[in-house]
Design a protein around this ligand. Structure first.
Ligand SMILES: Nc1nc2c(ncn2[C@@H]2O[C@H](COP(=O)(O)OP(=O)(O)O)[C@@H](O)[C@H]2O)c(=O)[nH]1
Ligand SMILES: [Mg+2]
Length: 233
């Protein structure tokens, strides 16, 4: 019985979150903003990738960041150096951002700036390979990052994250020569879980692969808005 209630609560929580995510996406569509949700385990290189992205593309696109961390604004402060709006959200004991938190972040952005002026909002989720994949925040696409130091087996051990991803960035490839890292094994593991995912090896340190990431990002930002489906009868 206890387990049934727990399961029901879990499902209700996810349903409520999904409804909020759909609302966020509608709001973003109305403003003409694309939203990407960046997810990985802690330390895989999300903030380092965002630093390179803001540096390279800030003159091409009007960007904003929603920065999720359990505590501190350390990452938010790293990104503020690039003169883009960074909304910091501290989740406290929660291991992921949810749609309500991101709704609050979007509201804050719209209070301080004209939201119609933005092309893209990049969300850096809390470092965690499990929960962020369960909770949509209203993004148009999901980007997972996996660093070479985490091992090629992670897509098999944490399948939801890799199944949900539209793009998988294999990060810190500058370190690969120092490790027993086999890209072909990683690719085979990923394709088992998600045959369609765009797979891009990158290094925020050397810049390797970043052009391919920027091109993928451009393709997402320039993606024509999809018509809102008719509500089901
Ligand atoms: N060698 C190497 N180190 C990196 C790279 N990207 C990030 N790092 C380092 O990895 C650590 C965690 O990076 P960070 O961006 O904070 O990861 P996050 O927790 O996912 O945001 C930092 O010490 C970074 O300098 C990379 O491409 N190559
Ligand atoms: Mg970070």
């Amino acid at each position: 019985m206890h387990q049934t209630v727990q399961a029901a609560l879990g499902i209700n929580l996810l349903h409520a979150n999904q409804a909020g995510a759909d609302d966020n996406r509608s709001q973003l569509d109305q403003w003409g903003i694309r939203c990407l949700n960046l997810m990985s385990s802690p330390g895989a290189g999300k903030t380092a990738l965002l630093e390179q992205t803001l540096k390279a593309l800030a003159s091409e696109f009007k960007m904003a960041v929603i920065e999720g961390d359990m505590t501190t604004e350390l990452d938010a402060d790293r990104l503020r150096r690039y003169n883009v709006p960074v909304i910091a959200i501290n989740t406290g004991r929660s291991c992921h951002l949810d749609s309500k938190m991101v709704s609050g972040g979007l509201y804050r952005l719209s209070q301080d700036y004209d939201p119609h002026s933005f092309d893209v909002v990049l969300v850096e989720n809390v470092g965690n390979l499990v929960c962020p994949a369960e909770f949509e925040v209203g993004e148009h696409a999901k980007v997972a990052l996996l660093s070479v130091t985490e091992g090629e087996d992670k897509p098999l051990k944490y399948p939801l994250m890799f199944q949900e991803a539209d793009c998988l960035l294999v990060t810190k490839i500058d370190l690969a020569p120092h490790l027993d890292w086999d890209f072909a094994t990683l690719e085979a593991n990923v394709r088992q879980i998600n045959p369609q995912v765009t797979l891009i090896p990158v290094s925020a340190k050397t810049g390797a692969g970043l052009d391919l990431w920027f091109d993928w990002l451009r393709s997402q930002i320039n993606f024509p808005p999809q018509p809102t489906p008719n509500p089901s009868p």
